[in-house]
Design a binder for this molecule. Structure first.
Ligand code: SAH
Length: 354
């Protein structure tokens, strides 16, 4: 039995069942046994792969997107170039390489990375040599200033709560203990303020998810962008609203039972974009736009062809496969959505649906 499983079963036996959000927080961020705290989970040898790890095409286009939005707002200097959960630092490295030729951009950029994992902070620093990085545990400690912020597969890693619709109210999905094993259960039926709006679009027996930490975070991002300028680009799998159980655990790129290996699997849930947009108001939110369409509009095919000209054989095959993986509807193209937040009076950024 892992140390975290022992600590969770002991805690639940002593003080009662815990919410899914409490379980996820322990599994992902426990100070000594947490999944993200102890390892670099990304890549072929890890548990999952992300868009920037698939191809440089992704980060390069996002870099040019950022530069365009920065220019559209009058090229404010200095500005905060920030990222939530930068993983291995690959996205930011590609962004910085792609923007090297944009006059004034690097000179004005102040790099701020929000990352809790010491293991990943080390990778990020190594991926960004020669750059002056300020690390933060939370967005709240970023200084004031125009904020240009990226978040790829960050919100899906935040802890969610799950609720099943009852006759008049909701039962929260809880995790308890039976014979030394973790088990699922349902809490007593009750009213929950955070679900009032979901009574209209759900029926008895249906399950909804609430990403509670995402809402104050989106509120903070929106407030900063509205008062000081800037933009945020949020990329994740999900849809406008949550419906159904999307909680999943991945280990070695395979789904596993999340209750049997706490701290050893990546835990995520789909992101509901409409509540983020709502929390970020009065910042202007784009529609959650399919990643494939977003990247096509930014010119991924032309860039892929230019890179392909210098490749052959296996390298060319894997380049073509990576382009397809990022954009094709059967791969990441439709499941993943991109949403921007900008000041209410700024133009809609390139590539996004209004
Ligand atoms: N954006 C990267 C990595 C995605 S994995 C990429 O696309 O490759 C999720 C990232 O968010 C990791 O860097 C993880 O350590 C970080 N993270 C997860 N929960 C966090 C939290 N609550 N606060 C700060 N960082 C967090």
């Amino acid at each position: 039995m892992t140390a975290l499983l022992t600590s969770l079963t002991t805690r639940i036996a002593r003080t009662g069942p815990i919410t899914l959000a409490e379980f996820m927080t322990e599994c992902l961020l426990h100070p000594t046994h947490g999944y993200y705290i102890t390892r670099d989970p990304l890549g072929a040898k890890g548990d999952f792969t992300t868009a920037p790890e698939i191809s440089q095409l992704f980060g390069e286009l996002i870099g040019l997107w950022l530069a365009q939005v920065w220019l559209d707002q009058g090229a404010p200097a200095p500005f905060l170039l920030a990222e939530l959960g930068p993983g291995r630092g690959t996205l930011m490295a590609d962004v910085l390489r792609a923007t090297q030729g944009v006059p004034g951009f690097h000179h004005a950029a102040r790099l701020h990375l929000v990352e809790l994992s010491p293991a990943l902070r080390a990778k990020q620093a190594a991926a960004l040599p020669g750059h002056d990085i300020t690390f933060h545990d939370h967005l709240a400690s970023l200084p004031d200033g125009p904020l240009f912020l990226l978040a790829n597969e960050f919100f899906d890693a935040l802890p969610i709560r799950q609720f099943q619709r009852g006759k008049t109210g909701w039962h929260e999905r809880m995790i308890g203990v039976d014979a030394g094993r973790l088990i699922w259960g349902l809490g007593p039926e009750g009213d929950f303020d955070l679900l009032i709006e979901r009574l209209a679009d759900t029926q008895e027996g249906q399950l909804v998810e609430v990403n509670t930490p995402a809402l104050p975070l989106a509120d903070d991002i929106g407030r900063r962008i509205v008062t000081q300028g800037g933009a945020a680009l949020i990329v994740d799998y999900g849809d406008a609203v949550s419906l159904g159980d999307t909680f999943q655990a991945l280990r070695n790129h395979q789904p596993v039972d999340p209750l049997t290996c706490p701290g050893a699997a990546d835990l995520t849930a789909h992101v509901a974009f409409a509540p983020l947009a709502h929390a970020a108001a009065p910042a202007r939110a784009s529609a959650p736009t399919p990643q494939g369409e977003f990247l096509e509009r930014l010119g991924i095919t032309a860039r892929a062809q230019a890179l392909a000209a210098n490749l052959s054989e296996a390298a060319l095959d894997s380049h073509i496969a990576a382009h397809r993986r990022l954009t094709h509807p059967a791969e990441m193209g439709t499941l993943f959505k991109v949403m921007s937040l900008t000041p209410p009076d700024a133009p809609l950024p390139p590539g996004l649906d209004p």
